[in-house]
Design a protein around this ligand. Structure first.
Ligand SMILES: [Fe+2]
Length: 178
């Protein structure tokens, strides 16, 4: 299940679209990976990478929203927090509890609505089923929430553009998880 970038996903023709394309490429990498027991660590590594780059993206998206006084910023901030908690939960479901979520994450506070429960994980050992479940969840997570919700920013994109020019595109970054 690969996601292909489409023009109707475009928000600013610049930094935000580039970020979303990069997140899509990581999600596609997860979906294309062979789900074998030997590849479990690799799958978890891809989810780690998705988490790091998503956190960076959410933070600067909110930075841009604050700068242009985006009217839905509070709701968007809470949605970002929920999405990061959901991503943490699916990582935990695939791996078991291996690490605490970031304690000082500006995009994930405790005062937002309760996030949706993580998808049910397959029985231990059924890596094929777990991979399929996570891939389907990520598809919904990325397209239905991240991109569709962000489309409301489109009328503000022109004002955001000069502010985003000094930000480095995600695909040019090298996070510690790469
Ligand atoms: Fe976004």
């Amino acid at each position: 299940m690969q996601i292909h970038w489409r023009e109707e996903m475009a928000i600013d023709g610049g930094l935000i679209d580039g970020d979303h394309k990069h997140l899509i490429s990581i999600m596609n990498e997860f979906c294309a990976a062979s789900p074998t027991e030997d590849s479990r660590d690799r799958l978890l590594g891809i989810l780690d990478r998705l988490n790091v780059y998503t956190t960076i993206h959410f933070r600067r998206e909110e930075q841009l929203q604050r700068a242009v006084h985006y009217p839905y910023i509070d709701a968007h901030h809470h949605e970002h927090g929920d999405l990061l908690r959901e991503l943490y939960s699916i990582h935990e479901g695939l791996a078991g509890p291996v690490a605490a979520p970031p304690a000082e994450d500006a995009a994930a506070d405790d005062d937002g609505p309760t996030p949706a429960p993580p998808p049910p994980m397959a029985e231990a050992g059924s890596i094929v089923e777990a991979h399929r479940t996570v891939a389907e969840f990520l598809h919904h997570w990325l397209i239905d929430h991240i991109i569709k919700s962000d489309l409301r920013m489109k009328p503000f994109a022109k004002r955001m553009a000069p502010l985003s020019q000094g930000m480095q595109p995600l695909k040019q970054m090298r996070a510690w998880v790469d």
